[in-house]
Design a protein around this ligand. Structure first.
Ligand code: ADP
Ligand code: MG
Length: 562
């Protein structure tokens, strides 16, 4: 028997195509914010977006009369007639985003247009759209989505853990942000900032925020000469030979501002790098392709994650040649530097390891003479660094010999323990650290991810084997966190004392100054001061001593004065 489906069922089926998980909601709402000309977009989610998703923008807003209509299926301000479908310049166009979200969750839209005296609010759930009512609101729009899939239990079952759902959101949003460096993005999860990308005129800054410092240092701009043969433009950044990844996830592609799966041009990357990349290794980077709107048909995929190009072959060929040309020119340039370049790295004199400058001898002398506010046992003076391993300091009373690695470990360890016990906030890294892990390491990460999060360390998947470290415990001050080394340690050493303690000790160990690292004077001062504030300043978490203190009586004894 054939019968007509009711509106509610039709709504859910259509929504099912677009709204598969919390990430899909974020994508639709962020794209709407971009279409509305937002300069700042905040995505604030609770429990991976399963409980709540807020997307807040400062765009043009929706006026009171239009607001309920915005939620209706096939209601859009972006298309007027079918012929407009031939040339779509906005990210949205079907008028289905908000309707599909409302079909499977509780939606509240709060919006105020530029100059309007007050905002408007509307509630929608399923097929029911409430009346618009006046409400105070900042200029722009906030869409709040709660209780996702409450009415679609099957879909709920397919959801993964909140952390996994959150990772999907974070990795999509950070990739998307690459295409919009002038727009500021903030991502919040469960009440804390996970990362903030300030708006910037400098595209390089955004690259660094997304790829991390090391990987972005390996990026070179795409040579512009080839793109001239295209009807539109092709620019971007690709990794120089020697900088590569185990998967293709970091090959990003924007076509007319739309972030697409890179499969479209994956072959162009491979062909372009033919003789430069090792088998099984993949270059990374981002390509921005701008084509006349009527050369791109985005209306081929429900979530708009793929497009059809009218002159696909021509674009593919241009991308391949642009990549190959860039690499050739880069290689030629580097060859030139090697044969002609006068630069001789490593010749600059290394600064003395132990600072015995006059100023220092004097300052030490002053402290012995007794400066009025220099109460013995109070003011700390760093005298210098020895063997790039020990910090020499005086507290006006005794001579301190501090093992810089052990001391830093102790400080890091206590701050992690403290963070975990009182839920103190973690600190987003200004520049995330992107690391690649092998199978055993990523399996170890899966096992301890929750504990690490509890300890204030946030790591999200960014590719099959690629991860981004986005936050460390507040006050932890990681200089360079060796995530891979840390995870190998966990897999190598199964004889667990308390698992947590071991993870934290190991975490402390892999984030800190190592022996053999030159420290600046202020770094040494902070190190010794913070060590003194530790509950157990004398030993590192593994039990080795952190410092040796030679007091007046020990020194007197050494000089046979006693
Ligand atoms: P589409 O984006 O395909 O037009 P949506 O259902 O996502 O469809 O949105 C419907 C309409 O609501 C949009 O065309 C736009 O006019 C309006 N709208 C949605 N989100 C926003 C926003 N954040 N700011 C301003 N207008 C918005
Ligand atoms: Mg939309």
């Amino acid at each position: 028997m054939i019968h007509q489906l009711d509106a509610e069922t039709i709504g859910q089926i259509a929504a099912g195509e677009i709204i598969e998980r919390p990430f899909s909601v974020v994508k639709e709402l962020v794209e709407n914010a971009i279409d509305a000309g937002a300069r700042r977009i905040t995505v604030d989610v609770a429990r991976g977006g399963i409980d709540r998703i807020d997307v807040i923008d400062d765009g043009e807003g929706i006026d009171a009369a239009d607001l309920p209509r915005a939620v209706h299926r096939h209601a859009t301000s972006k298309l007027a007639a079918a012929s407009d479908l031939e040339s779509i310049a906005t990210l949205g166009f079907r008028g289905e985003g908000l309707a599909s979200i409302a079909a499977v969750s509780h939606v509240e839209i709060l919006s105020r247009t530029n100059g309007a005296p007050i905002g408007t609010r509307v509630l929608a759930y399923g097929e029911t759209i409430g009346a618009a009512e006046p409400a105070p609101a900042p200029e722009g729009t906030r869409v709040r989505v709660e209780r996702l899939f409450e009415n679609v239990p099957v879909r709920r079952e397919y959801l993964r853990s909140p952390q996994t759902e959150f990772n999907r959101i974070s990795s999509w949003l950070s990739s998307f942000a690459l295409g919009y460096p002038k727009v500021g993005f903030t991502l919040r999860h469960d009440g804390r900032d996970v990362w903030i990308m300030p708006p910037s005129d400098d595209e390089r800054e955004r690259l660094t925020m997304v790829f991390g410092r090391d990987a972005s240092a390996g990026l070179i701009p795409l040579d512009p000469s080839v793109a001239a043969t295209l009807d539109g433009s092709l620019r971007g950044f690709i990794s120089a030979p020697g900088h590569d990844r185990g998967d293709r996830r970091m090959q990003m592609l924007f076509v007319n501002g739309r972030l697409l799966r890179s499969t479209l041009l994956a072959g162009a990357w491979t062909a372009g790098y033919a003789t430069y990349a090792m088998v099984g290794r993949h270059p990374y980077g981002v390509l921005f392709l701008e084509l006349p709107p009527d050369h791109v048909d985005p209306n081929v995929h429900p979530t708009k994650s793929d497009v059809r190009l009218r002159f696909g072959n021509q674009v593919f060929d241009a991308a391949r040649r642009a990549i190959a040309t860039t690499l050739q020119k880069n290689a030629a340039q580097r060859f030139g530097e090697h044969t002609l370049g006068p630069s001789v790295p490593g010749v600059s004199a290394a600064p003395p390891a132990l600072d015995v400058s006059l100023a220092h001898v004097q300052s030490l002398f002053e402290s012995v003479q007794g400066d009025p506010d220099d109460v013995p046992g109070h003011r700390l003076r760093v005298l210098g660094q020895l063997h790039l391993t020990y910090v020499l300091a005086s507290d006006g009373d005794a001579l301190l010999l501090v093992d810089q690695h052990a001391a830093h470990e102790r400080i890091a360890y206590e701050s992690i323990v403290q963070r975990a016990s009182n839920g103190a906030p973690s600190e987003p890294l200004l520049v995330p650290l992107v690391v690649e892990l092998d199978g055993a390491q990523s399996a170890a990460l899966d096992r301890v991810a929750e504990l690490l999060h509890e300890g204030g360390l946030d790591i999200e998947a960014f590719g099959e084997r690629t991860y981004r470290l986005t936050a460390t415990p507040a006050g932890y001050g990681a200089r360079a966190f060796d995530l891979a080394g840390f995870l190998s340690d966990l897999t190598d050493d199964p004889k667990a004392r308390d698992v947590r303690e071991r993870i934290w000790a190991s975490l402390a160990c892999h984030s800190v100054t190592t022996a053999g690292e030159r420290l600046e004077r202020d770094e040494m001062t902070v190190l010794v001061e913070r060590l003194q504030q530790c509950q157990n300043p004398m030993h590192c978490p593994h039990g080795r001593p952190t410092m040796v203190r030679l007091g007046p009586s020990e020194i007197a004894r050494m000089f046979k004065r006693e």
